[in-house]
Design a protein around this ligand. Structure first.
Ligand code: TXA
Ligand code: MG
Length: 353
């Protein structure tokens, strides 16, 4: 299959390109598109064959449910029942935006889309290209992140193309995404609302709207033996080819430890990559001997860190880096999502210095 690549500006989606993309989805095909979090791999959420194709294109197990993306407020009532008051409040506060809610599904949603579950994940994204595309596609677009299973979610169309060329009908290139980490997932089908995946909408932000919000224990505790509630959080994810270790401790001790480990690894013939910040990158470039030093931005700028992380992991893969050292980041606010993804990429390999 030949994959068409269509470029458009975020603030001014190209009508002809969007029309074509919508037609492909309604005919049962697949289109990758930008959202404010990461690029999605879209298919018709109400067509079981489209969902099967999504799993095949990603090489993803079909028991891992897909998020249904909508573009009109009232469409939540078509695919979910009941819609509790909490869901309405959250929608009002954070939709359109980087928040996914899990609710009981209606019969309109095929089990192929929900991985056999009787619940459905729903998100109303903010990105203007995403919204016009969903509208053109009929209003219900199932979309996982547009990466091959096991690779970091794509933050640029170029990465979608690397993973999906020849596997899908079309890629819409809307430039770099704004957030860079996947949406927050909150499950509203249990006794208390529960965060299954941390994201840009933080626990504190959810608590401004809901009285109580729990966090799935498996997110907080690497040694927890419980099964994560979001099936996708069970799989090894976001893993770079290189062996990644997070070094934690006082800033100066961390820089020194990373320099030492990096020198030792380089002399042992490894190709070392370092995930640094603007504050420390120059020191590593001078003293670590590492082949590749990349900064995620200023340490205090969580938005920049979130946006750069997956790109840097992909770049290290392209450079065939074999060993990676990363500084650690604060777990507060959006930092919880950043550390959740970084810890997964590291297989929870953390050293304290
Ligand atoms: O930001 C995002 O959410 C991106 C963009 C494209 O919207 N999408 C995304 O989809 O990250 P995906 O498929 O890569 O991750 C969806 C996660 C998986 O961990 C999946 O197991 C979980 O959501 N999930 C989906 N439906 C669920 C359900 N009914 N119950 C529990 N978890 C569910
Ligand atoms: Mg994904």
């Amino acid at each position: 299959m030949e994959t068409i690549l269509v470029k458009m500006e975020k603030e001014n989606p190209d009508a002809e390109g969007i029309r074509k993309a919508g037609e492909i989805i309604r005919a049962g095909g697949l289109v990758a598109f930008p959202t404010e979090t990461v690029y999605g791999l879209g298919g018709d959420a109400l067509n079981p064959d489209s969902s099967r194709k999504i799993y095949a294109a990603k090489g993803r197990p079909s028991d891992n449910p897909l998020i249904v993306h909508i573009c009109r407020w009232d469409d939540i009532y078509k695919i979910a029942h009941p819609v509790p008051e909490e869901a309405e409040k959250l929608a009002k506060a954070y939709w359109p935006g980087p928040l996914t809610m899990i609710l009981k599904k209606t019969d309109l949603v095929p089990e192929e889309t929900t991985g056999g579950l009787d619940t459905v994940a729903i998100r109303f994204p903010q990105d203007p290209i995403a919204r016009t595309f969903i509208e053109a596609a009929g209003g219900f677009v199932a979309a996982p992140s547009a990466n091959l299973s096991g690779k970091p979610s794509p933050t640029l169309a170029q990465y979608v193309a690397e993973d999906m060329n020849g596997r899908i009908e079309m890629i819409i290139d809307g430039g770099e995404v704004g957030i860079g980490l996947e949406s927050t997932i909150v499950d509203l089908t249990g006794e208390e609302p529960m965060i299954l995946r941390p994201g840009f909408i933080t626990k504190e932000m959810l608590e401004e709207v809901l009285k109580r919000v729990e966090v799935d224990r498996t997110i907080l505790d690497a040694n927890c033996r419980l099964r994560p509630k979001a099936p996708g959080m069970r799989y090894k994810h976001y893993a770079p080819k290189g062996d990644l270790t997070i070094i934690e401790g006082e800033p100066e001790a961390v820089t020194e430890a990373i320099c030492q480990r990096s020198k030792a690894a380089e002399s042992a013939g490894e190709k070392v990559g370092i995930i640094a910040t603007d504050e420390t990158a120059r020191q590593y470039r001078t003293f670590s001997g590492a082949e590749s030093v990349k900064s995620v931005g200023r340490r205090v700028d969580e938005a920049a860190v979130g946006r750069s992380l997956y790109r840097i992991l992909r770049e290290f893969d392209d450079e065939n880096v074999t060993v990676i050292f990363s500084e650690s980041f604060s777990q507060s606010g959006f930092g919880q999502a950043i550390m959740n993804r970084l810890l997964k990429a590291a297989g929870h390999h953390v050293e304290r210095v």
